[in-house]
Write a protein that binds this ligand. Structure first.
Ligand code: NAP
Length: 309
């Protein structure tokens, strides 16, 4: 593909989506920025224009609402002749056991992460198939390959996103210029952990090795020139997946205590809170999170555990 391309980014006001939109802007593409909150999208659009975007269009939309997603793409088609790529990075998290997360919040995570991915895919692929070209990048997670304590709705949603990507790859084999890329990060330093709903008593945090949102954004945008069916962002994803699949008894024994130490902030009690699952919390939308060095976080968890005893 040669630019300027038309690149639609969902979840464009924060984290990986915002970083991907900036990356596409640095390449001189037209970017279309979607998320629920208009204010943080407008901030992101200003940054995109400064970074070199050919244009930056803001379209507030809830990806869980099929009519809103349809209108998002209709708006793009009224502004641009076609759509070259969609980077779908909208997502939310809820912490808690299956029986502890309220039904509305549980369904809210599935609605944004899984139904949202289906809605975006439906409308993007209709356009791509009519054009006979286009790249859809779906953001999964290492958590879409494993089970972890206290992230029930997120785990289920991300297994679904992985299945969706695989299904779409099979369905679109006939068009050689229509590509479905599945990108699965491990821990990424974004606000998603601080924005999460939590019914676990503690906040989550990105487990090491932590990638930057800029790195994942670059990988997502690279798919536009070099589409790959599947990309695991960190090598550690392969180790975790192998443990889950090859030695499930050992995995099940270790994942509980390890997860508490490396992927939760055990230093202070929080919640219960619905976070940004049911509505945007715009003041929390930024490219990076604020939880600092993950290894220092693990040490602090150790000290807190000793003190609790
Ligand atoms: N951070 C990680 O460690 C990590 C690891 C693996 C995978 N991922 C995945 O990467 C993707 C991006 O996550 P992130 O870490 O960049 O999160 P983030 O910083 O919290 O950004 C999430 C973005 O999604 C938007 N969003 C949330 N719900 C939405 C909805 N219903 N409709 C439209 N937009 C919505 C948010 O804006 P509004 O709230 O204003 O709508 C925001 O722009 C997600 O799919 C996540 O699961 C993240």
């Amino acid at each position: 593909m040669s630019g300027p391309r038309v690149v639609v980014v969902t979840g464009a006001s924060s984290g990986i989506g915002r970083a991907a939109a900036l990356r596409a802007s640095e390449k001189g593409d037209h970017v279309v920025l979607a998320a629920r909150g208009a204010g943080s999208l407008k901030e992101a659009a200003d940054e995109c224009r400064d970074a070199g975007a050919a244009s930056a269009l803001v379209v507030p939309a809830d990806v869980g609402d099929d009519a809103a997603v349809e209108e998002l793409f209709a708006r793009v088609r009224r502004t641009h002749p076609g759509v070259d790529a969609v980077v779908h990075a909208a997502g939310v998290v809820a912490y808690g056991r299956t029986e502890d997360v309220p039904a509305e919040v549980f369904e809210g995570v599935l609605r944004t992460n899984l139904v949202g991915s289906i809605n975006v895919s439906r409308h993007a692929i209709r356009i791509f198939r009519a054009q006979e070209s286009g790249t859809l990048v779906l953001t999964g997670s290492v958590i879409g390959h494993i089970a972890v304590p206290s992230m029930s709705p997120y785990v289920l949603s991300k297994w679904g996103v992985r299945a969706l990507a695989r299904q779409l790859q099979v369905e679109n084999r006939d068009l050689k210029d229509v590509h479905i890329s599945y990108v699965a990060p491990g821990g990424v330093d974004t606000p998603i952990y601080e924005q999460a709903a939590t019914y676990d008593g503690f906040l989550g945090r990105p487990p090491p090795p932590v990638a930057s949102p800029e790195k994942v954004g670059r990988i997502a945008v690279r798919q536009l020139d070099h589409p790959r069916a599947r990309t695991q962002v960190n090598l550690s994803n392969h180790v975790i997946r192998a443990g889950f699949t090859v030695v499930p008894h050992v995995y099940d024994l270790l994942v509980g205590p390890l997860f508490r130490f490396v992927a939760m902030d055990g230093t202070k009690r929080v919640g219960p809170t619905e976070g940004n699952v049911l509505a945007s919390v715009e003041e929390g939308n930024h490219v990076r999170g604020t939880q600092g060095n993950p290894f220092a976080g693990i040490v602090r968890n150790g000290i807190a555990a000793v003190r609790r005893r």
